[in-house]
Design a protein around this ligand. Sequence first.
Ligand SMILES: [Zn+2]
Length: 323
Amino acid sequence: MGFPETRMRRLRSTPSLRRMLAAPAVPPARLIYPVFLIDGAKRREPIASLAGQARVSIDMLEQELLPAAEAGVGGVLFFGVPEDKDPGGTGACRDDGLVQQALRVTAKAYPDLVRFTDVCLCEYTDHGHCGILKGRELDNDLSIEALGRMAVSHAGAGAHVVAPSAMMDGQVRAIRGALDAAEFKNTLILSYSTKFASALYGPFREAANSAPAFGDRRGYQAPYDDVNQALRESLLDEEEGADMLMVKPAMFYLDIIQRLRERTLLPIAAYHVSGEYAMLHAAAEKGYGDLSGLIREAAVALRRAGADFILAYWAPEWRKHLG
Ligand SMILES: [Zn+2]
């Protein structure tokens, strides 16, 4: 039956009806807050391209995480950005490394936050690529061994979830093997399983100082114009033993999230990346849109597409955006 018997506007005709029929708001527990860690003391360096975000030294971390903890955010994801780098990224496994220290601080100060760590070598290598080079080529199999060692080091320092983001083949299997061999059988793996070679990572590269010294990452990150490769990447990681999958970036990839949702029973994360955050902020700043409205709409879209949880720079302010 169509118009005039059917009138869609009846369903939305009063605030009470709209409220009654609305989907529940995305709870803060579904949000993970990414945090960048730097060397030194008493340092809080604002990231110009990521409004409100900063890189912090370990002594500032407890204070930095307070708003997220008070907001009831689900967890934090740590990126170490040390000054000391070498070709093999060996600093990634130091027991007194930035991520390792941050895990201990967080476990003590905010035990309810789920502790995620980014597992990738690009912030630790002097060439800025995500693994170990042989000549000017990235050696996949050497790299995944190094990622396994890094994951074990993070687990030993108290990570609940290690999150490999290097897009090396076999990295999830190698990390699961390394964790199990070291008796970290309960440490989860959130694979950045479908991570696209995207133009939306610009502000992150400023935050993490991780632009490669030569070349780019298209040799390992997924091409955004190939749906089949994108899905295979995630499904292979599930086979390798990932506990959770991720699509990154988020807003341009709702179709990928939805298609993946139809093919897996694992939890799916969506990473609302730096360039997406910057776009919304820039629009709001220019008066082209309301920031809270933009962020709310993005969050609902990601959930609607099938994401179970969202990695987002706006996580600590979520309640404010909900209004
Ligand atoms: Zn990387």
